[in-house]
Design a protein around this ligand. Structure first.
Ligand code: SAM
Ligand code: DTB
Ligand code: SF4
Length: 326
């Protein structure tokens, strides 16, 4: 089922008054692989330099001991994993990490905290961190859990550029993964962030045992956010021992690349980030993901608590592919 008229609407950035259907998204997933990535690459070229990838470095500023029960997450206090409950990092440690990220080539510094939502005293500390990151001339990003309108405003006031808050999966599958906060809670946070004029970074995780319709359902939700998120992280589940999703059947990497391709087609102007899971992917899979439309990665030896490819290895890969960074 092809709906080219639809693309014209999105491509021209006209108002998105018609929603992109799950059936349409499923029909993209069901295309032969070559047809799908050819289409997504064309959309990519029309909207971005296909030889450029944006680099963001992550730092876990508050690790572990989280009250929530996200079934994929090693930082939940409910699961017996190797992750310890640590204190929030000192400002100096954050500045040091941000300087290192900048000198290795990242343009955005993203600070993550294992919170349901930030308390005011913690938010005050994060605001100082954002101020310092901005002073280094880097873009700032934070992912701190749920935010109300006032918290979003405080972050905007110190110059936060991006807020990451993922929908994670489709509304139908969501209850199998998280019980301690609702899908609506997530949509409310995204609205509070958007209302303050902070760029929205919102994506999800694949490979959690979701059906194809549920995978399509996540992408439908993301693409129907108005306006669409500026940045869309697509994470491949990183299975961590002790979490309920450990031992899950692994997603075939071609299906991961298909997810990137579909995201690119239905969100033509968003940065699509090839996020968690790169450590398990070979160079060819990553190259296919870039061809399919991924144009951003997490760059640095660690994500939050799990490994990411070493920066030198990424530099080698990007060089081999003739990809420039920003
Ligand atoms: N605690 C905050 C929250 O949940 O909003 C912010 C940090 S949380 C770790 C940010 C995101 O990381 C999650 O929404 C999820 O999409 C992703 N994530 C966490 N653990 C993951 C895993 N094992 N594999 C892939 N993605 C994961
Ligand atoms: C996102 O979508 N992926 C990043 C970032 N936003 C914060 C986090 C991935 C976490 C992977 C598991 C870990 O390292 O703890
Ligand atoms: Fe906590 Fe975020 Fe992990 Fe959920 S994803 S358990 S909220 S740190």
């Amino acid at each position: 089922m092809d709906q080219p008229i639809y693309f014209n609407k999105i491509d021209k950035n006209l108002s998105n008054d018609q929603s992109i259907s799950i059936e349409y998204i499923r029909s993209l997933f069901e295309k032969p692989f070559n047809d799908l990535i050819f289409q997504s690459h064309q959309v990519h070229r029309e909207n971005f330099n296909p030889n450029q990838v944006q680099l963001s470095t992550l730092l876990s500023i508050k690790t572990g001991g989280c009250s929530e029960d996200c079934a994929y997450c090693p930082q939940s206090a409910r699961y017996d994993t190797d992750v310890e409950n640590e204190k929030i990092l000192a400002l100096e440690e954050v500045i040091h990490a941000a300087k290192e990220a900048k000198s290795s080539g990242a343009t955005r510094f993203c600070m993550g905290a294992a919170w349901r939502s930030p308390k005011q005293k913690d938010l005050d500390l994060v605001k100082d961190m954002i101020t310092e990151v901005k002073k280094l001339g880097m873009e700032s990003c934070a992912t701190l859990g749920m935010l109300d309108g006032d918290q979003a405003k405080q972050l905007k006031d110190v110059g936060l550029d991006y807020y990451n808050h993922n929908l994670d999966t489709s509304p139908e599958f969501y209850g199998d993964i998280i019980s301690t906060r609702t899908y609506e809670d997530r949509l409310d946070t995204l609205k509070n962030v958007r209302d303050q004029g902070i760029n929205v970074c919102c994506g999800g995780i694949v490979g959690m045992g979701e059906s194809l319709t549920e995978r399509a359902g996540l992408l439908a939700q993301l693409s129907n956010l108005t306006p669409q998120p500026e940045s869309v992280p697509i994470n491949l589940l990183t299975q961590v021992e002790g979490t309920p999703l450990f031992g899950q059947t692994e997603l075939d990497h071609f299906d991961f690349v298909r997810t990137i391709a579909v995201a690119r087609i239905i969100m033509p102007k968003s940065y699509v980030r090839l996020s968690a899971g790169r450590e398990k992917m070979n160079e060819s899979t990553q190259a296919l993901a870039f061809f399919a439309g991924a144009n951003s990665i997490f760059y640095g030896d660690e994500l939050l608590t799990t490994d990411n490819p070493a920066s030198e290895k990424d530099q080698e890969l990007l060089k081999k592919l003739g990809i420039k960074t920003n």
